[in-house]
Write a protein that binds this ligand. Sequence first.
Ligand code: ADP
Length: 288
Amino acid sequence: MQLTIRNLSKTYSNGVKALQDVSLDIPTGMYGLLGPNGAGKSTLMRTLATLQEADSGTATLGDIDVLKDKDAVRRALGYLPQEFGIYPRISAVDMLDHLATLKGIAGSQRKEVVSALLQRVNLWEHRKKAVSSYSGGMRQRFGIAQALIGDPKLIIVDEPTAGLDPGERNRFYNLLSEIGENVIVILSTHIVEDVKELCSNMAIINGGRVLFAGAPDLALQEMEGKIWEKSIAKSEVDEYQHKYKVISSKLVAGKPIIHILSDENPGEGFKAAAAGLEDVFFSKIMAA
Ligand code: ADP
Protein backbone atom coordinates (compact mmCIF):
# COMPACT_ATOMS: atom_id res chain seq x y z
CA MET A 1 0.00 0.00 0.00
CA GLN A 2 1.28 3.43 -0.91
CA LEU A 3 -0.13 6.93 -0.68
CA THR A 4 0.63 8.91 -3.81
CA ILE A 5 0.09 12.66 -3.81
CA ARG A 6 0.44 14.59 -7.06
CA ASN A 7 0.43 18.35 -7.66
CA LEU A 8 -1.83 19.16 -4.73
CA SER A 9 -2.58 22.87 -4.37
CA LYS A 10 -4.78 24.91 -2.06
CA THR A 11 -5.25 28.66 -1.78
CA TYR A 12 -7.49 29.93 1.01
CA SER A 13 -10.05 32.65 0.32
CA ASN A 14 -7.78 35.19 2.04
CA GLY A 15 -5.13 34.48 -0.63
CA VAL A 16 -2.79 32.34 1.51
CA LYS A 17 -1.21 29.63 -0.65
CA ALA A 18 -1.19 26.82 1.91
CA LEU A 19 -0.22 24.07 -0.59
CA GLN A 20 1.68 24.69 -3.81
CA ASP A 21 2.05 21.79 -6.20
CA VAL A 22 2.79 19.21 -3.50
CA SER A 23 3.82 15.75 -4.78
CA LEU A 24 4.87 12.97 -2.39
CA ASP A 25 5.17 9.16 -2.41
CA ILE A 26 4.45 7.82 1.04
CA PRO A 27 5.17 4.11 1.64
CA THR A 28 4.22 1.86 4.57
CA GLY A 29 5.96 2.83 7.80
CA MET A 30 6.40 6.03 9.71
CA TYR A 31 6.58 9.12 7.50
CA GLY A 32 7.57 12.46 8.98
CA LEU A 33 6.09 15.65 7.63
CA LEU A 34 8.32 18.32 9.07
CA GLY A 35 7.77 22.05 8.78
CA PRO A 36 7.56 25.18 10.93
CA ASN A 37 4.23 26.60 12.06
CA GLY A 38 2.23 27.84 9.09
CA ALA A 39 4.06 25.55 6.63
CA GLY A 40 0.85 23.91 5.40
CA LYS A 41 1.04 20.63 7.33
CA SER A 42 -2.46 20.75 8.80
CA THR A 43 -3.91 21.77 5.46
CA LEU A 44 -2.33 18.70 3.86
CA MET A 45 -3.39 16.41 6.72
CA ARG A 46 -6.94 17.71 6.73
CA THR A 47 -7.17 17.29 2.95
CA LEU A 48 -5.97 13.68 3.16
CA ALA A 49 -8.39 13.07 6.03
CA THR A 50 -11.26 14.27 3.75
CA LEU A 51 -12.03 17.19 6.06
CA GLN A 52 -11.39 19.86 3.44
CA GLU A 53 -11.08 20.21 -0.33
CA ALA A 54 -7.98 20.89 -2.40
CA ASP A 55 -8.18 23.22 -5.41
CA SER A 56 -6.30 20.87 -7.72
CA GLY A 57 -4.15 17.75 -7.75
CA THR A 58 -4.73 14.09 -6.87
CA ALA A 59 -4.11 11.66 -4.04
CA THR A 60 -4.50 7.89 -4.16
CA LEU A 61 -4.26 5.38 -1.32
CA GLY A 62 -3.77 1.96 -2.90
CA ASP A 63 -6.65 2.00 -5.38
CA ILE A 64 -8.74 4.58 -3.49
CA ASP A 65 -9.09 8.05 -5.02
CA VAL A 66 -8.67 10.01 -1.77
CA LEU A 67 -10.17 13.28 -2.99
CA LYS A 68 -13.23 11.70 -4.60
CA ASP A 69 -14.07 8.50 -2.75
CA LYS A 70 -14.33 10.00 0.72
CA ASP A 71 -16.33 7.17 2.29
CA ALA A 72 -13.68 4.63 1.29
CA VAL A 73 -10.94 6.87 2.73
CA ARG A 74 -12.82 7.28 5.99
CA ARG A 75 -13.11 3.50 6.35
CA ALA A 76 -9.35 3.13 5.86
CA LEU A 77 -8.32 6.13 7.96
CA GLY A 78 -7.37 6.75 11.56
CA TYR A 79 -6.97 10.42 12.41
CA LEU A 80 -5.49 12.02 15.50
CA PRO A 81 -6.08 15.75 15.08
CA GLN A 82 -3.98 18.47 16.64
CA GLU A 83 -6.81 19.39 18.98
CA PHE A 84 -9.79 17.35 19.97
CA GLY A 85 -11.46 20.48 21.21
CA ILE A 86 -13.60 19.39 24.10
CA TYR A 87 -12.66 16.24 25.95
CA PRO A 88 -15.63 14.15 26.94
CA ARG A 89 -16.62 13.76 30.56
CA ILE A 90 -17.52 10.16 29.92
CA SER A 91 -15.12 7.31 30.58
CA ALA A 92 -12.52 6.17 28.04
CA VAL A 93 -14.13 2.76 27.70
CA ASP A 94 -17.58 4.22 27.02
CA MET A 95 -16.18 6.78 24.60
CA LEU A 96 -14.26 4.16 22.59
CA ASP A 97 -17.33 1.92 22.54
CA HIS A 98 -19.33 4.83 21.15
CA LEU A 99 -16.72 5.63 18.49
CA ALA A 100 -16.49 1.94 17.54
CA THR A 101 -20.26 1.93 17.05
CA LEU A 102 -19.96 4.94 14.76
CA LYS A 103 -17.28 3.11 12.77
CA GLY A 104 -19.75 0.26 12.27
CA ILE A 105 -18.12 -2.38 14.48
CA ALA A 106 -20.76 -4.95 15.42
CA GLY A 107 -21.87 -5.25 19.05
CA SER A 108 -20.56 -8.79 19.39
CA GLN A 109 -16.99 -7.71 18.55
CA ARG A 110 -17.00 -4.27 20.10
CA LYS A 111 -16.17 -5.18 23.66
CA GLU A 112 -13.17 -7.17 22.55
CA VAL A 113 -11.92 -4.47 20.16
CA VAL A 114 -12.22 -1.75 22.80
CA SER A 115 -10.50 -3.85 25.49
CA ALA A 116 -7.63 -4.72 23.16
CA LEU A 117 -7.14 -1.06 22.22
CA LEU A 118 -7.15 0.10 25.85
CA GLN A 119 -4.52 -2.48 26.68
CA ARG A 120 -2.45 -1.62 23.64
CA VAL A 121 -2.17 2.06 24.60
CA ASN A 122 -1.69 1.21 28.26
CA LEU A 123 -4.90 2.81 29.53
CA TRP A 124 -6.62 -0.34 30.73
CA GLU A 125 -6.19 0.59 34.39
CA HIS A 126 -7.63 4.04 33.74
CA ARG A 127 -10.44 2.93 31.43
CA LYS A 128 -13.22 3.95 33.80
CA LYS A 129 -11.94 7.49 34.32
CA ALA A 130 -13.31 10.40 32.31
CA VAL A 131 -11.11 11.34 29.36
CA SER A 132 -11.42 14.96 30.51
CA SER A 133 -9.50 14.06 33.68
CA TYR A 134 -6.54 12.52 31.77
CA SER A 135 -3.03 14.03 31.63
CA GLY A 136 -1.65 15.24 28.29
CA GLY A 137 0.18 11.98 27.64
CA MET A 138 -2.87 9.88 28.50
CA ARG A 139 -5.03 11.98 26.20
CA GLN A 140 -2.60 11.41 23.34
CA ARG A 141 -2.63 7.67 23.99
CA PHE A 142 -6.42 7.76 24.07
CA GLY A 143 -6.23 9.65 20.78
CA ILE A 144 -4.17 6.83 19.29
CA ALA A 145 -6.64 4.24 20.59
CA GLN A 146 -9.54 5.98 18.86
CA ALA A 147 -7.49 6.40 15.68
CA LEU A 148 -6.83 2.63 15.62
CA ILE A 149 -10.49 1.57 15.73
CA GLY A 150 -11.31 -0.54 12.70
CA ASP A 151 -7.71 -1.39 11.68
CA PRO A 152 -6.92 1.65 9.55
CA LYS A 153 -4.46 1.42 6.64
CA LEU A 154 -3.57 5.10 6.91
CA ILE A 155 -3.03 6.86 10.23
CA ILE A 156 -2.57 10.61 10.36
CA VAL A 157 -1.15 12.17 13.51
CA ASP A 158 -1.02 15.97 13.61
CA GLU A 159 1.53 17.59 15.99
CA PRO A 160 1.22 14.80 18.54
CA THR A 161 3.97 15.59 21.04
CA ALA A 162 3.34 19.29 21.64
CA GLY A 163 2.78 19.72 25.36
CA LEU A 164 4.05 16.28 26.40
CA ASP A 165 6.79 15.95 28.99
CA PRO A 166 9.87 13.88 28.01
CA GLY A 167 8.63 10.70 29.70
CA GLU A 168 5.22 10.93 28.05
CA ARG A 169 6.83 11.71 24.73
CA ASN A 170 8.95 8.57 24.96
CA ARG A 171 5.99 6.36 25.73
CA PHE A 172 4.13 7.92 22.83
CA TYR A 173 7.09 7.33 20.46
CA ASN A 174 7.25 3.67 21.45
CA LEU A 175 3.56 3.23 20.83
CA LEU A 176 3.70 4.91 17.43
CA SER A 177 6.71 2.93 16.25
CA GLU A 178 4.96 -0.36 17.10
CA ILE A 179 1.95 0.70 15.07
CA GLY A 180 3.99 1.97 12.14
CA GLU A 181 5.22 -1.44 11.05
CA ASN A 182 2.37 -2.48 8.79
CA VAL A 183 0.44 0.66 7.97
CA ILE A 184 1.17 4.14 6.68
CA VAL A 185 1.59 6.55 9.57
CA ILE A 186 2.04 10.21 8.70
CA LEU A 187 3.43 12.20 11.57
CA SER A 188 3.11 15.93 11.10
CA THR A 189 5.35 17.96 13.37
CA HIS A 190 7.55 21.02 13.76
CA ILE A 191 9.76 19.10 16.19
CA VAL A 192 12.84 17.68 14.45
CA GLU A 193 13.38 15.19 17.27
CA ASP A 194 10.06 13.47 16.52
CA VAL A 195 11.14 12.67 12.98
CA LYS A 196 14.70 11.73 13.95
CA GLU A 197 13.51 9.16 16.46
CA LEU A 198 10.74 7.57 14.47
CA CYS A 199 10.64 8.06 10.74
CA SER A 200 12.30 6.10 7.95
CA ASN A 201 11.09 8.61 5.36
CA MET A 202 10.24 12.25 5.55
CA ALA A 203 9.44 15.47 3.77
CA ILE A 204 10.30 19.01 4.78
CA ILE A 205 7.70 21.57 3.78
CA ASN A 206 7.47 25.31 4.14
CA GLY A 207 5.30 27.95 2.52
CA GLY A 208 3.18 25.12 1.11
CA ARG A 209 6.08 23.69 -0.90
CA VAL A 210 8.07 20.47 -0.57
CA LEU A 211 11.70 21.40 0.10
CA PHE A 212 13.01 17.87 0.57
CA ALA A 213 11.54 14.37 0.35
CA GLY A 214 13.42 11.16 1.10
CA ALA A 215 15.16 9.23 3.85
CA PRO A 216 16.58 11.32 6.72
CA ASP A 217 19.95 9.60 6.10
CA LEU A 218 19.98 10.91 2.55
CA ALA A 219 19.32 14.43 3.76
CA LEU A 220 22.18 14.09 6.25
CA GLN A 221 24.55 12.80 3.53
CA GLU A 222 23.80 15.84 1.41
CA MET A 223 24.94 18.06 4.27
CA GLU A 224 28.16 16.20 4.99
CA GLY A 225 31.22 18.46 5.06
CA LYS A 226 29.11 21.61 4.85
CA ILE A 227 28.34 22.24 8.50
CA TRP A 228 30.80 24.19 10.62
CA GLU A 229 30.48 25.21 14.23
CA LYS A 230 31.95 27.77 16.55
CA SER A 231 31.40 28.91 20.09
CA ILE A 232 31.05 32.70 20.12
CA ALA A 233 30.13 35.47 22.55
CA LYS A 234 26.50 36.56 22.79
CA SER A 235 27.47 40.02 21.61
CA GLU A 236 28.90 38.54 18.38
CA VAL A 237 25.73 36.77 17.21
CA ASP A 238 24.52 39.65 14.99
CA GLU A 239 27.91 40.10 13.38
CA TYR A 240 28.17 36.39 12.53
CA GLN A 241 24.64 36.36 11.19
CA HIS A 242 25.59 39.08 8.72
CA LYS A 243 28.83 37.47 7.68
CA TYR A 244 27.81 33.77 7.41
CA LYS A 245 24.82 31.59 6.61
CA VAL A 246 24.03 30.82 10.24
CA ILE A 247 21.56 27.93 10.26
CA SER A 248 21.23 27.46 13.97
CA SER A 249 22.36 28.84 17.25
CA LYS A 250 22.02 27.10 20.57
CA LEU A 251 23.21 27.88 24.04
CA VAL A 252 25.58 25.43 25.65
CA ALA A 253 26.36 26.33 29.25
CA GLY A 254 25.15 29.87 28.52
CA LYS A 255 27.40 30.40 25.46
CA PRO A 256 26.04 30.42 21.91
CA ILE A 257 27.30 27.70 19.59
CA ILE A 258 26.45 28.54 16.01
CA HIS A 259 26.24 26.23 13.02
CA ILE A 260 26.90 27.72 9.61
CA LEU A 261 26.51 26.32 6.11
CA SER A 262 29.58 26.56 3.89
CA ASP A 263 30.94 24.38 1.08
CA GLU A 264 34.49 25.30 2.10
CA ASN A 265 36.28 25.52 5.42
CA PRO A 266 35.51 29.07 6.61
CA GLY A 267 38.63 29.20 8.84
CA GLU A 268 38.30 31.82 11.60
CA GLY A 269 38.18 29.16 14.30
CA PHE A 270 35.26 27.19 12.86
CA LYS A 271 35.38 23.40 13.30
CA ALA A 272 33.77 20.79 11.05
CA ALA A 273 30.58 19.50 12.68
CA ALA A 274 28.52 16.38 12.06
CA ALA A 275 25.26 17.36 10.39
CA GLY A 276 22.11 16.74 12.39
CA LEU A 277 18.54 16.71 11.13
CA GLU A 278 18.13 20.18 12.68
CA ASP A 279 20.83 21.43 10.30
CA VAL A 280 19.00 19.90 7.35
CA PHE A 281 15.71 21.41 8.47
CA PHE A 282 17.00 24.94 9.04
CA SER A 283 19.21 25.02 5.95
CA LYS A 284 16.36 23.87 3.66
CA ILE A 285 14.04 26.47 5.14
CA MET A 286 16.63 29.23 4.84
CA ALA A 287 17.51 28.34 1.26
CA ALA A 288 13.87 28.36 0.13
P1 ADP B 1 0.79 24.19 9.76
O1 ADP B 1 -0.11 23.05 10.11
O2 ADP B 1 2.06 23.74 9.10
O3 ADP B 1 1.05 25.10 10.92
P2 ADP B 1 -1.48 25.25 8.26
O4 ADP B 1 -1.85 24.27 7.20
O5 ADP B 1 -2.30 25.28 9.49
O6 ADP B 1 0.07 25.07 8.62
O7 ADP B 1 -1.49 26.71 7.63
C1 ADP B 1 -0.85 27.05 6.42
C2 ADP B 1 -1.15 28.50 6.09
O8 ADP B 1 -2.53 28.65 5.77
C3 ADP B 1 -0.88 29.47 7.24
O9 ADP B 1 -0.41 30.67 6.69
C4 ADP B 1 -2.25 29.65 7.88
O10 ADP B 1 -2.34 30.90 8.49
C5 ADP B 1 -3.15 29.55 6.65
N1 ADP B 1 -4.48 29.00 6.98
C6 ADP B 1 -4.75 27.83 7.58
N2 ADP B 1 -6.07 27.60 7.65
C7 ADP B 1 -6.68 28.66 7.08
C8 ADP B 1 -8.05 29.03 6.83
N3 ADP B 1 -9.06 28.24 7.19
N4 ADP B 1 -8.27 30.21 6.21
C9 ADP B 1 -7.25 31.01 5.83
N5 ADP B 1 -5.95 30.72 6.02
C10 ADP B 1 -5.64 29.57 6.64
